[in-house]
Design a protein around this ligand. Structure first.
Ligand code: PEP
Ligand code: MN
Length: 336
């Protein structure tokens, strides 16, 4: 941390010295012509830093190290999440595909059968839906979770579904393979902590207005409880522009891969939000270094109960799946 004092700050320097000594920090005081600058070395928490910010006479406090640790590569180089039966996240490119919502056993079966035919190993589906409008479909709840499990077992698929509050945690622990924490719940720290204690793999989405640091701090909450099975997901941020649903920051993928050891997925469905632009953005995922895609697929998008406008048809998804397969084999070949 570096503390910079205001020009006219008589007494502040002494006050800061006193506090730093009391805290056992190593520091130096550099009296410049215009400013006094105090570099400090030591194990400082965010609240230590904020306390120094509020001392009268302090111009600014610059933090040098990151406010998180367990999610960084200093803690570990790489995390691979093993879901059993040879299905891993963080070791090879994975598709997590499926409808926005589980609508019925029959329709979910149709989607599961299609996906497993393509070799997809993970199916998604909303059962408890966080909808912006209270008048929208809110999901089939526990019945949806049950349908998901039954159908997924039929095809040997692993499942991903979003939890919305703590009350249904036990059902999720029993029924799904990966618990999704949606964008709207990224700041729900009690929920994150509880999922952390459960040890269950968790897919954590970046909130629409969250900075990268906020996302990583949310992941740190989960990790601090002992759960290291976390997948980060970029799903776009709020934007002034309405041509797409959100602004997908493709740069977020290599940034997350650089800052953290956790696997990173791209969700172009909720990010782009317009089906015809989704394949192009999705195709970038392997080139960006993503560990996979979270993507909405429906056999009849125009009649899907939720998010049909951003769901790929079977035909569109097959084409995308094939093209990404080619990119992946090209990336793994060393002859050119
Ligand atoms: C979802 O994946 O079903 C979803 C609602 O996404 P998000 O939380 O990113 O809006
Ligand atoms: Mn959706």
């Amino acid at each position: 941390m570096i503390i910079v004092l205001k020009r006219e700050s008589k007494g502040t320097s002494e006050e800061i010295r006193h506090r730093l000594m009391a805290g056992g920090f190593q520091f130096n005081v550099l009296e410049g012509v215009k400013y006094t600058v105090i570099p400090v070395v030591g194990d400082l928490t965010s609240s230590d830093i904020n306390r120094f910010r509020s001392v009268p006479g302090v111009e600014k406090v610059l933090r040098i190290s990151m406010p998180y640790y367990m999610v960084t590569k200093e803690y570990r180089q790489r995390t691979v999440i093993d879901l059993g039966d040879g299905v891993k996240i963080g070791d090879g490119f994975q598709f997590i595909a499926g409808p926005s919502s589980v609508e019925s056993e029959e329709s979910f079966d149709r989607i599961a059968s299609f996906l497993s035919g393509l070799g997809v190993k993970l199916i998604r589906g909303g059962t408890y839906k966080m909808r912006s409008s209270p008048y929208s479909f809110e999901g089939l709840g526990d019945e949806g979770l049950q349908i998901m499990r039954t159908v997924a077992n039929r095809y040997g698929l692993k499942t991903v579904s979003e939890i919305v509050d703590l009350r249904s945690l036990d059902h999720f622990l029993e029924q799904v393979d990966v618990i999704q924490v949606g964008a709207r719940n990224m700041y729900n720290f009690p929920l994150l902590r509880e999922i952390g204690r459960s040890g269950k793999p968790v897919l954590l989405k970046r909130a629409p207005a969250a900075r990268m640091e906020d996302l990583l701090l949310s992941a740190e909450h989960i990790m601090l409880e002992g759960n290291e099975n976390i997948i980060l997901c970029e799903r776009g941020s709020l934007s002034f522009d309405e041509v797409t649903r959100s602004a997908v920051n493709i740069a977020a993928v290599p940034v997350m891969k650089d800052l953290s050891h956790l696997p990173v997925l791209l969700d172009p469905s909720h990010g782009v939000g317009v089906a015809r632009y989704i394949p192009a953005v999705s195709e970038a995922a392997p080139l960006l270094g993503a560990d996979g895609l979270l993507i909405e697929v429906h056999f009849d998008p125009s009649n899907a109960i939720s998010d049909g406008f951003q769901s790929l048809s079977f035909e569109e998804f097959s084409r995308l799946h094939g093209r990404i397969g080619k990119t992946l084999s090209c990336l793994s070949c060393s002859s050119c």
